[in-house]
Design a protein around this ligand. Structure first.
Ligand SMILES: Cc1cc2nc3c(=O)[nH]c(=O)nc-3n(C[C@H](O)[C@H](O)[C@H](O)COP(=O)(O)OP(=O)(O)OC[C@H]3O[C@@H](n4cnc5c(N)ncnc54)[C@H](O)[C@@H]3O)c2cc1C
Length: 267
């Protein structure tokens, strides 16, 4: 059985700065880490591998060359293999183009359509882009079931039973494999890499795939393959203007407050 974990490298801070000219994130200033929920997805894959030793766990990421580090960390944590989609042609991809590339990579790694022995795990959302779109989009492109907000998983023969967190409580659902599952942090407590894991990660080769390897052209991914247009990027003003109407005996403060409210049509 193959479990593919979609794993994104993100800035290790919630204070992500944007380049207002280009509309892109400034990623170079921060130490990068594995997206926290992807650590949960990976930990779940490794838990399932502990139960079923025939499971092979492959961590797949799309990003710049330094995202290799996240994949090595994934191997140190127990993944068998790391695959990186990295090439200038992928640069500028929005969520749709990213999902297309990831879906194509899964089909390429599986050597054809995913089988009823394949499972794709990802985080519910990434801390930087935070759209939560990639998991469901990958499932739509692959035309396989998706289970979102999952906090518990049990594998059965060629199917999966999952507990989902929904507004009213919990939902127990079952789907046939292959399927895409997006996990929430309640699912587990990610562990730490072992020394042998770290040594394995050092020597393991990270396979790098480029658009050509996936049968994708420049029109499918990158800016050309991305229907999203960033119209404007700006920092919202967080301060509030304060006007002080000092108290006085002549009622001037009351008059100025009333005319202030009238001017704005509040009274
Ligand atoms: C016009 C435009 C241009 C952009 N250009 C760039 C750019 O040049 N460089 C850039 O880095 N970003 C770029 N982005 C942002 C990029 O599209 C998103 O980072 C990406 O699509 C993931 O979206 P998200 O962060 O909302 O992920 P979510 O949908 O919130 O992530 C959910 C889950 O999907 C999986 N996942 C998401 N992204 C990846 C990934 N890359 N690899 C593996 N698994 C993943 C993870 O499991 C994650 O937990 C651009 C966005 C737009 C709109």
């Amino acid at each position: 059985m193959n479990i593919y974990v979609l794993l994104k490298q993100v800035p290790g801070t919630s204070d992500v700065k944007m380049d207002e000219e280009t509309g892109t994130m400034i990623r170079t200033e921060h130490k990068n880490v594995i997206n926290p929920l992807d650590e949960n997805a990976l930990a779940e894959a490794i838990r399932l591998k502990d139960i079923r030793p025939e499971v092979k766990v492959t961590a797949v990421s799309m990003g710049p060359p330094h995202a290799q580090k996240a994949l090595r960390e994934a191997i140190a944590l127990g993944a068998d293999e790391g695959v990186l989609l990295s090439h200038r042609g992928f640069g500028g991809s929005d969520t749709l183009a990213t999902s297309k590339a990831l879906a194509k990579a899964l089909v390429t790694l599986a050597g054809g359509p995913l089988s009823n022995d394949d499972l794709v795990l990802c985080g519910d959302r990434a801390t930087d882009g935070e759209t939560g779109q990639v998991g469901p989009m990958v499932s739509a492109i692959l035309d396989v079931p998706v289970m979102t907000y999952v906090r518990r998983i049990a594998l059965e023969d060629h199917s999966i039973v999952a507990e989902r967190v929904v507004e009213e409580g919990l939902e127990l659902i079952k789907a046939s494999l292959p399927a895409v599952v997006t996990v929430v942090k309640d699912i587990n407590q990610p562990g730490f890499p072992t020394l042998s894991g770290k040594l394995k990660a050092k020597s393991r080769e990270i396979r790098v795939l480029i658009p050509d390897d996936l049968g994708l052209s420049g029109d499918d991914v990158g800016l050309k393959g991305s229907p999203t247009r960033v119209v404007k990027v700006f920092r919202p003003r967080l301060s509030r203007d304060t006007i002080v109407h000092p108290q006085d005996t002549g009622g001037v403060a009351v008059d100025s407050l009333l005319s202030f409210l009238e001017e704005r049509g509040i009274i």
